[in-house]
Design a protein around this ligand. Structure first.
Ligand SMILES: Nc1ncnc2c1ncn2[C@@H]1O[C@H](COP(=O)(O)OP(=O)(O)O)[C@@H](O)[C@H]1O
Ligand SMILES: [Mg+2]
Length: 249
């Protein structure tokens, strides 16, 4: 499996805080990689560093073998990286369709606003928001705003997609719907990094899982390996989950 993404000793400091510390990691083409860990572990910061929102304080980021450590967000978007935001942030006074069209324009050079709207309509249909296409973004429910985030990211035609807690705050039917969309994207060959707190989601869709704690990578393996690793149970999953997992197996 060719590596799509390679992180070499990546770090990011905020003042005296090492939010991400010496993270080395490869992501293979077509993987659905779970990125888990407690709140404040550095998951969102790592995505921000990879996509160019934050500059790395140390280390290198390679995408398809090319050094992208110093690229800006619009540049990483143009070469095929997209992400959703944990805190959903649509333009509230634009329509749902124009929010998605703006993402398409941001990421693809030389397309017209009309082409961007066509891409937007297609992606809104994909996520099931076609009926809301002409509504203002501020009128959407949380679940719909999460779908809008996904439509925006997919409209960027990514090769590598970071999903940052797209299921947080959703009910189980909404989570099922989101999972079907994620599987569909993966089946089209998009490599996915999924930041997720719901372990049943991680266990059911991820081919591999890495765990961050206090900015450092503490585990990397199959979902089964990860849930049975004592450090991961101690740092994140807790005794309750370990008992649950032992009872099932
Ligand atoms: N822009 C920022 N400025 C200062 N500190 C930050 C910033 N972004 C994140 N942090 C800090 O970095 C640490 C990691 O945060 P974050 O990456 O959001 O964790 P996670 O996504 O795993 O919950 C936290 O201690 C957080 O307070
Ligand atoms: Mg986060």
């Amino acid at each position: 499996m060719a590596d799509v993404l390679q992180l070499q000793n990546v770090g990011r400091r905020f003042g005296g805080l090492n939010a991400v510390q010496d993270v080395s990691l490869t992501v293979g083409a077509g993987e659905i990689l779970g990125l888990i860990g407690p709140n404040g572990a550095g998951k969102t910061t790592l995505v921000n560093v990879i996509t160019g929102v934050h500059r790395a304080s140390s280390g290198r980021v390679l995408f398809e073998g090319r050094d992208i450590t110093r690229l800006a967000p619009y540049q990483t978007a143009r070469i095929g990286l997209a992400r959703t935001f944990q805190i959903v942030q649509p333009f509230p006074d634009l329509t749902v369709r124009d929010n998605v069209a703006a993402a398409a324009l941001f990421s693809q050079k030389g397309i017209s606003p009309k082409e961007a709207r066509e891409i937007a309509s297609a992606q809104l249909e994909f996520v099931g928001l076609q009926k809301q296409a002409d509504h203002f973004a501020h009128s959407l429910t949380l679940a719909m705003r999460k779908r809008l985030e996904l439509a925006k990211a997919v409209a960027m035609k990514p090769k590598l997609l970071f999903l940052d807690e797209v299921n947080a705050g959703l009910n189980s039917a909404e989570v099922e719907h989101a999972l079907a969309l994620i599987r569909d994207l993966a089946s089209r060959g998009i490599t996915i990094v999924l930041i997720e707190h719901l372990m049943q989601v991680v266990m059911s869709v991820c081919s591999r899982v890495v765990v961050l704690q206090n900015g450092s990578l503490i585990a990397d393996g199959s979902p089964q390996e990860i849930v049975n690793q004592p450090e991961v149970v101690a740092a994140y999953l807790g005794k309750k989950y370990a008992q649950l997992s032992a009872a099932k197996s």
